[in-house]
Write a new protein. Sequence first.
Lengths: 111, 130
Amino acid sequence: MNSADVFAPDPGLQPQRTALSWTRTASAVLVNSLICLRSGVVQESRTLAVMAAVLLLAAVVGFWFGGLRTRQLMRATKSEVLVRHWPVLAVTWASCFAAATGMLAIVLNHV
Amino acid sequence: MTRPDRERLPSPQWRQVGEEPDYRFTLANERTFLAWIRTALALLAAGVLLDQFSTKLRPPELVVAVGALLCMAAFFVSALSYLRWKRNEQAMRAKAPLPHSRLLGLLAAILMSIGIAVCLLMVVNSLGFS
């Protein structure tokens, strides 16, 4: 490992804060998936339940990626700091999908 | 040093342009993006829970409208979060000023309107005017 590649001691704990952000975001997806899953069960809608289950899976993937990102950032090399493009895109899609699921839950509650 | 899996999933062209910024700025941009996503998810949870649990608020049409508005806001905030992250990355790589975003002002205006509407609904309902 090149010495120029190693982080200087970071008083702002940037890697830790960033890794924890991913886990917090996965928790937020989990909460929304459980709310939608409850709606699916109460309204006896298979479509809504399946969409909520997909969201639940997205939360699990989010927690997995949070762990991966933690390990990446704890290796303390600058080469792996840059987040890859696909997780950013995936979390955006998951959030948009959650919004669509929530909208469906509201619609089904009134038909 | 380039990881082999990074090569398997190629980055978009704009991530190859310019100079990689200080790692602290990159991480800060990543955290800001995630904070916006969590804001969107909080708006969504508020909208769905308002619709499902506010059974005594009248008129129900207004409650549904507020819930649906929160869901739509969640959708647009999610999509705009990505665009904002991308634009910030591009600006940092080009050493250009960070782009100004009207998202914060717009979101504040929407949330203030929704807050006032829900407060009015609760007051009117509790006073028995509905």
